[in-house]
Design a protein around this ligand. Sequence first.
Ligand SMILES: [Cu+2]
Length: 153
Amino acid sequence: MTRIHESRLLIAGLTLVTAALVGGVMTGPGWGTHLGSWHGSMMGPMMGGWEGSGTDSPIRGAAEVEITATDFAFSPTEITVTSGQPVNLTLVNSGSVPHDLSVADLDVHIVARPGQSSTVGFTPTGPGTFSIVCTYPGHANAGMRGTLTVVEP
Ligand SMILES: [Cu+2]
């Protein structure tokens, strides 16, 4: 009887740990499957807001800007783009967990799985200085912040 009791406790403990991992690391704000190559036309309405945003697939001929995400930082932390000129922004995830790059004020949101990259094309309007964050819980506070500056042409 004692052995059975212990194994039940073990299973209960593992379930709790698994739930914590899944809840805290994997799901993020719920847009983990919105990869750059397909627009969130299905996910948008469910997630309440990305439909109709300015983010989309890469733009032919746009300036290329790349940011690398690690656990837990962006590199570089500051990028500068030109108002009115299209940009393809690529997020390279060199970390071991999913990361995203969000510039809420410009409706830019890019998700990249570990070891992969994702590109979103957008045309910035400005000038202005905008916050870059990773929106997975705790990541911004751990250091995943940056700045996107939009300058006049
Ligand atoms: Cu992150």
